[in-house]
Design a protein around this ligand. Structure first.
Ligand code: HEM
Length: 124
């Protein structure tokens, strides 16, 4: 498959991922029952799988032995980990809200890493 096509798929999945995350984090802080909806529960996993698979395919195509790619993988794990506190594991609304803000900050950092191809991200 064409590199640019996969890159656009990757970027679209990234956009949808943060969009869905912010909506679910909002519902989580509010204690909304919408979070229990089957589609709301499964769709983010599908999007995040596409995001990761497309990213790994791109990495394989351009040679994965680049520090910024490793940094992106580690930061993605952090985004998912902190994200589950925001949506599931955080006991109070305040904890979930703080985790949501940190997860969004990690996401913004990752986009900076993607665009500058440096672990320094927006500060490169
Ligand atoms: C939340 C996670 C991620 C986000 C938000 C994200 C975002 C982006 C964005 C916006 C681009 C386009 C950058 C540009 O050209 O300006 C990009 C490209 C790319 N990403 Fe990701 N990415 C994520 C995770 C990953 C992961 C986990 C990998 C590797 C396993 C990866 C590998 C790549 C590669 C190889 C490119 C192509 C760079 C290029 O050809 O210019 N990404 N990513």
């Amino acid at each position: 498959m064409n590199y640019l096509l996969i890159k656009h798929l990757h970027m679209t999945a990234a956009g949808l991922s943060i969009l869905f995350f912010v909506v679910r984090a909002f519902w989580s802080v509010q204690g909304s029952t919408l979070l229990q909806n089957r589609l709301v529960k499964t769709l983010p996993h599908v999007i995040d799988t596409v995001l990761l698979l497309a990213g790994m395919t791109l990495a394989a195509m351009i040679g994965p032995e680049q520090p910024w790619i490793l940094v992106k993988i580690i930061a993605l794990i952090a985004y998912i980990g902190v994200g589950t506190i925001a949506i599931k594991r955080g006991k109070t609304a305040k904890t979930r809200a703080i985790a949501a803000i940190i997860a969004v900050a990690i996401f913004v950092y990752i986009v900076g890493v993607a665009m500058t191809k440096s672990a320094l991200s927006w500060w490169a």
